[in-house]
Design a binder for this molecule. Structure first.
Ligand code: UDP
Length: 476
């Protein structure tokens, strides 16, 4: 009997904005290039801040009706998880998928009643759901939202764990990892710093399991991070184990749609009135926040640079020793008179900007970024040079990739306590926007932009990798 059921691919993202957006882009990609497939994305209520995901899902559903969202039933939040630190969110994210496993299993069974599930592609935070899909005989792939350079560190992590006895956080040494620039031990991704943390164990187990999966989809381009790809495929990052199967299907970044609601954002109208390539844009991902003191120093540095700016400002994280006040105003967060004095050459937004549209605007000439991988790819696609200010997680590695591997940006130097001085910011902005070095970086970014834009052209590397991937899943 020949089955008439449609072939489907199930995507299981973690719900954080950056992770969800790239999964949605993967869904669009599969549907565009291989329309005989259907794609189902599993979604759920997360017990932590995810960065405006509900309106985003609503927009995607209405503009891309062929993407099916399967919403898992809501499960009760474990009472012992009340912290909102980023490390705790990572821990919870791993555990939350485990809590959801019975419902996820049910979802796969239910989907398979009306479709042939040819593959599951799951975020690496879903590691503890691997057995659910493989137990049902479904080929299971992992998804890496970051680039290949950071992925080498992740794959090599079990080897480092075996060879070292001390925590990275206590080591004042440079670590050499195949395929990436040398990195200070304490600049390794936060979940890998401390062996006593649960998340350390989760990362370790995930790193060991991933190469054993059907394959790993990475949000990069084979021709963008060549050194890292070579090291991975040669097996240098997984000594003693087979090299993993890699599919670089990037860039998986939104081309539109961050501007939910459909109306033109005020900042885009403001950018229309600024000279070409004159504005530096400051935005720090879905979670980036600064202390009140740091915000004031940033304001001073920006003002002194004399460069036009568009700055997304968020209230500082709550201080446990101070009673929470109502959402503070921009006036109270910035130095006195700052907004008034800079009215002609700067715009400050509270909380969130339509970043993709901003970066693509002709008036934007530089991007001060926390070096999130989506942000980096969006910047490269728009041809905007970057000034790195890594904040958390694997952003120190992305910053190295931006500055030293791809040479598409500069990086700010931090003080011992992790803060950046007003003078450092002033100099960094000036160098990026108004120097010979900045000009050379801009030229380099324009060349890299061609690589990014060419990924899905006929014969482009990501298009070829997608064809290989589809062939592999059709074979089963
Ligand atoms: N983003 C946005 N507006 C903002 C801040 C972030 O649209 O004000 C989007 C940004 O375009 C990117 C994503 O949120 O697509 C952030 O992903 P990234 O990987 O850069 O950082 P993360 O939030 O995962 O640390």
């Amino acid at each position: 009997i020949v089955s008439k059921m449609v072939d489907t691919i199930v995507l299981y993202p973690t719900q954080g904005r950056g992770h969800l957006v790239s999964m949605v882009e993967l869904a669009k990609l599969i549907l565009t290039h291989h329309p005989s497939f259907s794609v189902t994305i599993i979604s759920y209520e997360a017990p932590y801040e995810t960065g405006c995901t509900a309106p985003y899902i609503a927009t995607v559903s209405s503009t891309n009706p062929s993407i099916i969202f399967y919403h898992l039933p809501t499960v009760p939040i474990p009472t012992n998880n009340t912290s909102s630190s980023i490390l705790d969110i990572k821990t919870l994210s791993f555990e939350w998928h485990t809590v959801n496993n019975p419902n996820y299993h049910q979802a796969l069974v239910s989907i398979s009643r009306s479709a042939n599930i040819k593959a599951v592609i799951m975020d690496f935070f879903c590691n503890y759901s691997f057995d659910v899909s493989t137990g049902l005989g479904i080929p299971t792939y992992y998804f890496i939202t970051g680039g290949l350079t950071a992925f080498t560190a992740f794959l090599y992590f079990p080897t480092l764990h075996k060879n070292l006895t001390r925590n990275f956080k206590d080591l004042n040494e440079i670590i050499n990892i195949p395929g990436m620039p040398p990195i200070l031990a304490k600049n390794m991704p936060a979940p890998m710093l401390d062996r006593s943390k649960k998340v350390y164990q989760y990362f370790l187990e995930t790193a060991l399991q991933m190469p054993k999966s059907a394959g790993i989809v990475v949000n990069s381009i084979e021709t963008l991070e060549k050194r890292a790809l070579k090291a991975i495929l040669n097996g240098e990052c997984t000594p003693g184990e087979p090299a993993p199967v890699i599919y670089c299907l990037g860039p998986l970044v939104a081309t539109d749609g961050s501007n939910e609601g459909g109306t033109k954002h005020e900042c885009l109208t403001w950018l229309d009135s600024q000279p070409s390539r004159s504005v530096v844009f400051l935005s720090f991902g879905s979670l980036g926040k600064f202390s009140a003191k740091q915000l004031k120093e940033m304001a001073v540095g920006l003002e002194r640079s004399g460069v036009r700016f568009l700055w997304v400002v968020r209230a500082p994280p709550p201080d446990e020793n101070v009673a929470a006040v109502a959402e503070p105003s921009l006036e109270s967060l910035l130095p006195e008179g700052f907004l008034e004095r800079n009215r002609a050459r700067g715009l400050v937004l509270k909380g969130w900007a339509p970043q993709v549209e901003v970066l693509s605007h002709d008036s934007v000439g530089g991007f001060i970024t926390h070096c999130g991988w989506n942000s980096a790819l969006e910047s490269l696609r728009a041809g905007v040079p970057m000034l790195g200010w890594a904040l958390y997680e694997e952003q120190n590695i992305y910053q190295l990739a931006i500055e030293e591997e791809l040479k598409v940006g500069l990086a700010l130097r931090k003080r011992e306590d992790g803060s950046v001085s007003a003078a450092e910011l002033e100099n960094g902005v000036t160098e990026l926007m108004n120097s010979e070095r900045g000009k050379a970086i801009r030229e380099r970014v324009m060349a890299v932009r061609e690589t990014v834009l060419g990924a899905f052209c006929d014969g482009g590397p990501s298009q070829a990798a997608l064809a290989r991937f589809v062939e592999a899943i059709r074979r089963v």
